[in-house]
Write a new protein. Structure first.
Length: 237
């Protein structure tokens, strides 16, 4: 009986460890659902953001310099993201009180480059129980057991994860690139095209390659596109 109890305990302990492993959702997966307290009040995701793109991003901790520059930059771009039907949601495992104190300090005291008196107008999730961070695989044990890495999830209006970007604790993100990627994906969805390396809005896009010999022949003579070869054609939109 003792052996049976010991084996059962080992199995339970193993299951607990497996449950604690950070399961990271993948591109194309339905976003994990969650409810959380934020600096803007409680939110229920994805229900409260139905029909919108969302950029969910984590930061290692409040009152840290790199995170402060990121929040200030995101905040100054918030209205531009909203014009793209996109909302921002920040997250760390700090408390809501810490978040509030930090964003107030940013507005009242911090000046960086040409940014000052910056209001953080997007919600910041208080995730002290690490519930949301674990759902999205934001805790990397080999880096830190108590800080989330700089994760970025771009989630579409159907709550599907469309892009994932991870940065280390030491290096800040490029917000212009995050916005560029958002615009690129929206452009691809709307026009059924792909975008080339270093693409910027207004530049030519890539037409999907033909998948039959007949279509390949047509492509090489198609006037509406700039066909470099049968598999490589661009066009303006």
């Amino acid at each position: 009986m003792a052996d049976h109890d010991s084996l059962l305990k080992e199995i339970c302990d193993l299951k607990k460890k497996l449950d604690e492993i950070n399961a990271m959702p993948l591109i194309g997966d339905k976003s994990p659902e969650f409810e959380a307290e934020t600096t803007m009040g409680p939110i229920k995701f994805p229900q409260h953001f139905s029909g919108k793109w969302v950029i969910l991003f984590s930061h290692p901790g409040d009152f840290t310099p790199v995170c402060t520059t990121e929040f200030m930059t995101f905040a100054t771009m918030h209205k531009d993201f909203q014009k793209l039907n996109c909302e921002l949601i920040g997250l760390s495992i700090d408390s809501n009180f810490s978040h509030i104190a930090w964003v107030r300090t940013i507005e009242e005291k911090i000046k960086y480059k040409d940014m000052e008196k910056v209001q953080i107008t997007f919600p910041v999730i208080a995730d002290s129980d690490m519930n949301v961070a674990k759902k999205f695989g934001m805790l990397h044990q080999s880096t830190s057991k108590t800080q989330t890495v700089r994760a970025v999830f771009i989630i579409d209006p159907q709550a599907i994860i469309r892009a994932i970007i991870y940065y280390p604790l030491s290096n800040g993100r490029n917000m212009d690139e995050i916005m560029r990627l958002l615009v690129a994906m929206q452009t691809s969805d709307k026009n059924k095209v792909a975008t080339p390396a270093n693409w910027k809005p207004g530049e030519d896009v890539i037409v999907p390659p033909p998948n039959t010999v007949e279509m390949a022949e047509v492509r090489t003579h198609q006037k509406s596109v700039d066909a470099k070869d049968w598999f490589f054609a661009t066009k303006k939109i």
